[in-house]
Design a protein. Sequence first.
Length: 76
Amino acid sequence: MNLFRSEEHIRNWARFDPATEEGILSMPALVKLFSGSYFRKRLDPGWVSHIREYGMELVQTMKEIGKTGPFWKRPK
């Protein structure tokens, strides 16, 4: 993960790949994503038991922040 000051800085980065443009997240989107149970409760003893529930919450958060395109799909 690389953190940049702005989207302009990302695009000016020598290693920027336009094919990964969909992977650009704003700081508020990152905070929302990593504040969910999937990440926040990782050290809880019952985390594995709730992985399906937390995973569904994570998918819903991805939809809310508009990150559902091919870049975000797991390869089969």
